[in-house]
Write a protein that binds this ligand. Sequence first.
Ligand code: GAP
Length: 515
Amino acid sequence: MASQEDIFKKLIAHSKEYGFVFPSSEIYDGLSAVYDYGQNGVELKNNIKKYWWDSMVLLNENVVGLDAAIFMHPTTWKASGHVDAFNDPLIDNKDSKKRYRADVLIEDLLAKYDDKINKEVEKAAKRFGESFDETVFRSTNERVLENQTKRNEIHGRFVKALNDSDLVELKAIIEDYEVVCPVSGTRNWTEVRQFNLMFSTDMGSTADGAMKIYLRPETAQGIFVNFLNVQKTGRMKIPFGICQIGKAFRNEIVARQFIFRMREFEQMEMQFFVRPGEEMKWFEHWKEFRLKWHKALGLGDQKYRFHDHDKLAHYANAATDIEFEMPFGFKEVEGIHSRTDFDLSSHEKFSGKNIKYFDPELNESYVPYVIETSIGVDRTFLSIMAASYNEELLENGETRVVLNIPAVLAPIKAAILPLVKKDGLPEKAREIMNDLKFDFKCGYDEKDSIGKRYRRQDAIGTPFCITVDHDTLLDNCVTIRYRDTMLQERVAIADLQQIIGDLVNMKNLFKKIVG
Ligand code: GAP
């Protein structure tokens, strides 16, 4: 069986070969951790964004949208805390000259202990069969207890070091537990230093006195600075939310794992403004709503889990991640944060403007509290691709590579395939396509055998192939072939619109969220 690492490599190659994701400026050998989305990738990405956007603004009448500029006044980032506190602790290995995030090295170390423990549990489960009691085993087995104690010890020190921003202690943990550089294999480390992740550039010509501005590291601040604009012009009453989709930029120290950690990426964020004191109720509400959004995609409920933060960001009083099981383990796809009144209060202070809301029901003014949901488009894209990529062994011994992308998100919904390139079949196929194209992104393909064409469509995740044959000219019926089951059915051309429409309607997903 192929390892998860092999599958991940294949997925990256597949993404490129089939026009989903290309390395940026590849003819110049690429740019580290920057990627371009190809003809199929951009369709999938747009569909993900539509699914998120509509789930926010259609299903919640008190959520509206916004599209703020990427460039913002530089004081924004002083107020938000990013100038002073948006840092990662970095450490270099003096032999390999490789740079790492100290916190990630320690997280990897913790994951190794988890792996060791889980392997012991798995082995024992196999050995004892039905009579195996995992809780008893975990609390009595010597090797498990030894590893668990060590893990807890490291974890305790790690959390404290993060909360105290204690860089010396982070280095001490790396040294005490003999973490080695994966490249050089040595423990020859530099000190741990803080590194600010924001990119900056100059606005205006130097003659005028250019201003240093930042590329936004999150879209959220565009929402905060527009809180009163939207509230007043939209006559919004608390609780209400503002959502936005847009690019964000971070000078990640260690960019790896394909589109998981990029330097330019896209976020879908919502800030939900609530009465002070009601934030925990809304935190729970949005946790549940967002998890349902993910699960409605049908990639497998067991692939998701919540992970509460060990270290709360400077603005948060509660925070959890929705993690997805990627080929390289459970990883954060979305963050849900209770941001208190930190951002609005801080903007009030730095701008000198009143950013309070007058609550007519309470007859008082206050700075609202905020629940944020923040999901990465690219990580969602990766999770969908990873869960959808399958290599199936067919009965005839052939292997079929298929992307079982949820039909509603598939880049191309239907491929129209004339059986042969003559006898009027291409014309009939074009006629069908011209009818369907108003509602669905369709593809047309007349080259190669029908089997090869099916495989090409499987590889890009097209849920329906429609074959036009000689009988079609007589009975106005076509063969529809379903990607996942490979089953074929003869249907009337007149019914195609409804058959496809029913299966790719986003309403089906929305009903799973709020039905
Ligand atoms: N406004 C809050 C915020 O930005 P975050 O946890 O730093 O929170 C939210 O980021 C989401 O943005 C993450 O869950 C992830 O999906 C995505 N994201 C963050 N950094 C990323 C990167 N370097 N590459 C790709 N996606 C990233």
